[in-house]
Design a protein around this ligand. Structure first.
Ligand SMILES: Cc1ncc(COP(=O)(O)O)c(C=O)c1O
Length: 437
């Protein structure tokens, strides 16, 4: 092995460890739209770190807020105690959320937000006397993090197949990817609203009285940027309403401005019952997540003797003071710079730039909404995923960070991006796609 012993101990997540350690890619600094590598190269960030650094890197207000908070109140227990910034951040998040979604439960990650939302859904039905509603419905190709609840309702086979039976009583509706009808759609694809009717199939199979909740990403990110067909989310909402099933939108990627509104629920005009979020909540600077809940659901829990805990769930680091300080400063930065709606202004330019890649070798689909883009390449027959990964390496060498999932290249730049930087990302990608056979 040629690998450096100092890299040995760290078992890296979602990484080809042996390959990485033979040719490490290390970042040592970040500012605004850029990273710098350990050998001093500047790299334009085309993916907001990992879909999270929505205001760009090392923003002074956020940096200062974290530093001051660490000196002032480093930690406060979240069970039976509080600190002012937790309440302030919850109120600020509720202000941004769709009308009526005004209660906020804090977690530390997207995965924890998902498992928390599933538990709220199950407990909600039980508290209101429908404890037989235990079934959870996800969607094929969904990504809901890596905890057992999330992989159970998730639909990405590699994330599931190693881990046994997972949660019992979970089923999945069909995914919405339909390249035969929708390839190269600009924005929402026209075809596929009827795919939501697959939920009726599961209702017919299991009976609605056994189903607690359905969870979907409004825009599926990690499976390769799948934008919901026109009318699809509306139909899902109608079917859930008809059968008393809670609808959960997993907005870990789409939350905080990615699609041109604070939440994708607002972009698509569909209000779920619960929203999970993380990432952009703190601009990726301190781990944090949240579940935003409709008033009526929260109210259901607020009964019985007042001295009793209403929901037996929480984390040592729920509403961590550093996370709350980072969250408040992030929301200030978003507001001051109009970032939560900036994707709506830039999406036309971004879409045109992305779709200019149509016709390049192996490009079989391009998908976009807001400041999210997916470019799907034809897989090599002997090595699925390799072609896109080679493009990733080529772009990295050329000074642009992109992300791949399977053979789809995903773009989600910080919302502060300027037009010339969109051109740089797409130009670098075009060169790489042509170079990689
Ligand atoms: C839709 C969705 N849900 C959940 C998660 C998991 O978040 P985390 O990695 O913070 O646990 C992600 C992460 O990308 C995500 O995209």
């Amino acid at each position: 092995m040629t690998q450096d012993a100092s890299l040995d101990a760290y078992w890296m997540p979602f990484t080809a460890n042996r390959q990485f350690k033979k040719a490490p890619r290390l970042f040592t600094k970040a500012s605004g739209m850029h990273y710098w590598t350990d050998d001093g190269r500047q790299v334009l960030d085309g993916v907001a770190g990992l879909w999270c650094v929505n205001a760009g890197h090392a923003r002074p207000k956020i940096v200062q807020a974290i530093a001051s908070q660490a000196a002032e109140l480093d930690y406060a227990p979240p069970f039976q105690m509080g600190h002012p910034k937790a309440f302030e951040l919850a109120a600020r998040v509720a202000e941004l959320a769709p009308a009526g979604m005004n209660k906020v439960f804090f977690t530390n990650s997207g995965s924890e937000s998902v498992d928390t939302a599933l538990k709220i859904a199950l407990a909600y039905h039980r508290v209101r006397g429908e404890g037989q509603r235990t079934r959870l419905i996800g969607r094929e190709r969904g990504y809901h993090g890596v905890n057992f609840g999330g992989i159970s309702v998730g639909g990405m086979v590699a994330n599931r197949k190693m881990f046994g039976a997972m949660l019992a009583g979970v089923d999945h509706i069909r995914h919405t990817h339909d390249p035969a009808r929708n390839a190269f759609s600009v924005g929402q694809p026209q075809h596929g609203a009827e795919l939501a009717d697959d939920l009726e199939r599961l209702v017919a199979l299991h009976d609605a009285s056994t189903i607690a909740a359905v969870i979907v990403e409004p825009v599926a990110g990690s499976t390769g940027v799948l934008v919901p067909p026109v009318g699809y989310l509306q139909r899902l909402r109608e079917i859930c309403d008809k059968h008393g099933i809670l609808l959960i939108f997993d907005e870990v990627i789409t939350g905080f401005g990615r699609t041109g509104s604070p939440f994708a629920a607002q972009t698509f005009g569909v209000t779920p019952d619960l929203i999970t979020c993380a990432k952009g909540l703190t601009n990726g600077c301190v781990p944090a997540g949240a579940v935003i809940v409709k008033e009526a659901i929260h109210q259901t829990f607020m009964q019985g003797p007042e001295h009793l805990i209403e929901f037996f769930h929480g984390y040592t680091y729920s509403a961590h003071p550093l996370a709350c300080a980072a969250g408040l400063a992030s929301l200030d930065t978003y507001r001051e710079e109009g970032l939560l709606t900036r994707a709506a202004q830039l999406q036309g330019y971004f879409a045109e730039a992305l779709h200019s890649l149509k016709g390049l070798p192996n490009v079989i689909d391009i998908r976009n909404i807001g400041l999210v883009g997916g470019i799907e390449l034809a897989p090599r027959t002997d090595a699925p995923g390799q072609r896109a990964f080679d493009v990733f390496l080529d772009c990295f060498q050329a000074g642009v960070l992109i992300r791949t999932t399977g053979d789809t290249i995903a773009l989600s730049p910080p919302l502060i991006i300027e037009r010339p930087q969109i051109d740089q990302i797409v130009g670098t990608l075009a060169t790489a796609i042509k170079r990689v056979a």
